[in-house]
Ligand binder design. Structure first.
Ligand SMILES: Cc1cc2nc3c(=O)[nH]c(=O)nc-3n(C[C@H](O)[C@H](O)[C@H](O)COP(=O)(O)O)c2cc1C
Length: 402
């Protein structure tokens, strides 16, 4: 990420998480309430642990915003961990005489083992506190800012769960917005109904019947002390043609989105459009033929490319599918060992989720928003929202049909 950058700091049970988002234009309206909406969505989902009830996440702006608008300077946000009073000793900053027993049993599937060896730590808490997905709360806060930015240019991002532990739904946005008049009122209304269903579903699933099956699946895994992964789709609507570039490997939009999305803990695979399906079909059944008429402008009859060709957005909906592994902390822990004695032991267990796929959707929306915002800023240039809007008028004359 070059134009818009962000860093996070903070341990899972430390005092607070912080982020600095750099490169935002001046004049973007922002409020703590807006950021709270996405933070609340990240805490949703059937199968989340007790922590979600303790942490009612809400950020405070520390810098970069005045009278409700960005200044063009770095935006700093603080998110306090409400559980901190219970961790003042275990996570004390200063050296303490009465040190807590170190944790020695790395959890398979987590950063514990490699992190302990790499950083020469004999207490796995020194690794897990940072590798914990608690950090993704700050990504969601930064992503909410990016979402607000791209909204000024009518770009929206929405995700929904397509499978949990092998229970699969059929709904996909892949064929939803293709064809002549792809963004007509009737289709947008149907899409809105689907999105409302997702927001009301405890598993963020567009199909209530499948959603109920997913919930049963999570409950069965919980009863066994097990965990579940799944898959989900991220849809970007309204991205103008030409975000990203074909000219260098590291400017391709699919490169940038892949890096951003694969950085989310537990995400193990990514697909664009038809994804792995492209390997099975001849070219005539994969590539999206081009058409034009005066009403719709340019349009396609299919969107197998998922809105990206040659490393650039092509004006169609950008459609990404992500696959998440089951969470590694199990209440029936897997076999591990004590790294101090090499004696077999069960892996360490701390309060954890059974399934976090619906939460991961919100993290992925955030990382997508940051990537799209970055490429949009690169495409439009400008140091203020006003300037960006002036430049946007110049590229928006291309008749794309919405
Ligand atoms: C939103 C979210 C919540 C998560 N919650 C947990 C959890 O409660 N317990 C757990 O063991 N892993 C959880 N994870 C996954 C771990 O962070 C992840 O599996 C671990 O960092 C190793 O994954 P990696 O090998 O892909 O880095 C969560 C991931 C996400 C995205």
């Amino acid at each position: 990420m070059n134009r818009i950058r962000f860093l996070t700091a903070g341990e899972s049970h430390g005092q607070a998480l912080v982020t600095i988002v750099e490169g935002l234009p001046a004049g973007l309206e922002l409020s703590e309430d807006e950021i709270a909406i996405d933070l609340r969505r990240r805490q949703r989902g059937h199968g989340r642990g007790g922590r979600m009830k303790i942490e009612q996440d809400r950020v405070r702006f520390l810098a970069g915003v005045r009278y409700g608008k960005t200044l063009g300077s770095p935006v700093a946000m603080l998110l306090e961990n409400r559980d901190w009073p219970n961790w003042t000793q275990k996570m004390a900053v200063a050296a303490i005489t009465d040190a807590v027993q170190p944790l020695h049993m790395p959890r398979p599937g987590h950063a514990d083992f490699a992190g302990m060896v790499k950083y020469r730590q004999d207490d796995l808490r020194n690794i897990l506190e940072r590798s914990s997905a608690r950090e993704t709360a700050m990504r969601v806060a930064a992503g909410a800012v990016a979402r607000k930015l791209i909204k000024q240019f009518k770009v929206s991002i929405f995700g929904h769960v397509t499978s949990i532990g092998g229970v699969r739904g059929n709904f996909s946005a892949l064929d939803f917005f293709t064809g002549e008049n792809a963004y007509n009122a009737e289709r947008l209304a149907r899409w809105q109904v689907k999105m409302d269903d997702v927001e009301h579903s405890p598993v963020a699933c567009a199909d209530p019947v499948i959603g109920t099956e997913m919930i049963k699946n999570i409950d069965a895994a919980a009863a066994q002390g097990d965990s579940l992964g799944g898959s989900f789709e991220i849809v970007v609507l309204g991205a103008p043609v030409g975000l990203g570039s074909h000219v260098h490997w590291d400017r391709r939009l699919d490169t940038l989105l892949s890096a951003a999305l694969m950085s989310i803990p537990a995400i193990k695979a990514i697909e664009f459009g038809l994804g792995q399906g492209v390997a099975e079909r001849p070219g005539s059944q994969v590539h999206d033929e081009l058409f034009y008429n005066d009403n719709s402008g340019y349009y396609r009859a299919s969107n197998n490319a998922g809105g990206i060709e040659g490393g650039m957005s092509n004006g169609e909906a950008i459609i990404i599918r992500l696959y998440m592994k089951p969470l590694p902390t199990l209440s029936q822990p897997l076999q591990s060992l004590d790294v101090a004695t090499h004696q077999p032991q069960k892996a360490f267990h701390e309060r954890a989720d059974v399934c976090a796929v619906p939460a991961a959707v919100v993290v992925a929306e955030a990382m997508t928003a940051l990537t799209i915002a970055n490429t949009l800023c690169e495409k439009l240039g400008g140091d203020s929202i006003t300037e960006m809007q002036e430049h946007f008028k110049d590229i928006a004359h291309v008749p794309l049909g919405w």
